[in-house]
Design a protein around this ligand. Structure first.
Ligand code: MN
Length: 326
């Protein structure tokens, strides 16, 4: 699929001696895995090229995947190719200098990306940007090189962005590409230990969230985390948001939401679902994202009730038209 654009991208990569790879702000496993993974492939294949991953923020649970590179002077960019992965929104790019590059290439799997860049390879049906990097490698495996280290980074993004290969976006192709990566010798036990074991305080927070969970009439599971609670558990708003996944296992609930108070009084909302889509709902409140995983920011707490009513209405509608949803 999309062989022509992938070939064009490979030719671009070959043309340049300097390649600067960047991703979105507030990185997740997919953003970090795809950028570091592609760097790994390009460094192995073209040891003479300078390949850097440059961004303005870093950290979090993905830090074990490895270091990124230090920012360079503006002049450094003049003869470089910039590759942006896992975002179709220029405002969300973590490296503010990316556009100083001679040319910009975009690799992304988000819905309705803004059109930017000289080359843009976008597949909204892909489960992750890492799946696209794996596919890129697979398409040119006679020319490109990959080792277990690069494969581990790419696999890490695939397994996290797909909810451990459980989201609707996962296809047979996703698993075939994941299998190809595992065959390089990934240490899965070590990787999963890094990705999925919790600190004591995290498990305490987990139980706190489950205690705070409420469910609407038709089954929207939700919770609200105040700034005080974030302080108590030593969490950033971003970390607090991740708790939305704790609500994903409730039988009878097909939409689950996290409301997180921001320091400026706005409220961040994370929307997750199965069987129904929530991105339109997120868009109604100025946000967006994937069909079953979206986000938005509400001006204040009063918006929460409206979002809950809308989400509850979505489930009511689904129940009215489906009997086999459990
Ligand atoms: Mn992604």
């Amino acid at each position: 699929m999309n062989t022509a654009i992938k070939r064009k991208l490979l030719e671009k990569i070959k043309q340049y001696d300097k390649i600067i790879i960047s991703r979105h702000l507030r990185p997740d496993g997919d953003a970090v895995g795809s950028t570091l993974g592609l760097k790994g492939i390009l460094k192995l294949t073209y040891p003479e090229k300078e390949v850097l991953v440059i961004n303005g923020d870093y950290g979090g649970y993905t830090a074990f995947l490895g270091q990124e590179d230090a920012q360079r002077d503006d002049e450094y960019y003049a003869d470089a190719l910039s590759i942006i992965i896992d975002t179709g929104t220029p405002d969300r790019i973590s490296n503010k200098k990316y556009s100083l590059a001679k040319e910009v290439a975009v690799i992304d799997h988000h819905i309705e990306p803004e059109s930017f860049g000289d080359i843009s390879w976008v597949e909204p049906d892909r489960s992750s940007a890492c799946e696209m990097i794996a596919d890129f490698y697979a398409a040119f495996k006679d020319e490109l090189k990959m080792d277990a280290d690069a494969a581990t980074k790419i696999y890490a993004g695939m397994v996290t962005d797909s909810g451990r290969f459980r989201y609707e976006s996962v296809t047979g192709e996703t698993l075939r590409l994941a299998a190809m990566l595992i065959d390089t010798g990934i240490d899965l036990e070590r990787l999963y230990a890094n990705l999925y074991l919790s600190e004591y305080e995290e498990l305490k927070y987990h139980s706190f969230v489950l205690n705070k969970m409420r469910v609407t009439k038709n089954g929207v599971a939700h919770f609200y985390i105040s700034l005080d609670a974030q302080k108590k558990f030593g969490l950033t708003a971003e970390q607090a948001c991740e708790a939305v996944s704790y609500l994903g296992g409730l039988k009878g609930s097909i939409i689950w939401l996290a409301f997180i108070e921001n320091a400026d009084g706005t409220v961040r909302v994370r929307l997750r679902s199965r069987f129904v889509t929530v991105n339109k709902l997120a868009e109604k409140y100025g946000g967006g994202g994937h069909a079953c995983a979206s986000g938005a920011t509400l001006k204040n707490r009063y918006g929460i009730r409206k979002v809950l009513a809308d989400a509850d209405g979505l489930i009511a509608e689904y129940k009215a038209n489906n009997t086999d949803w459990m």
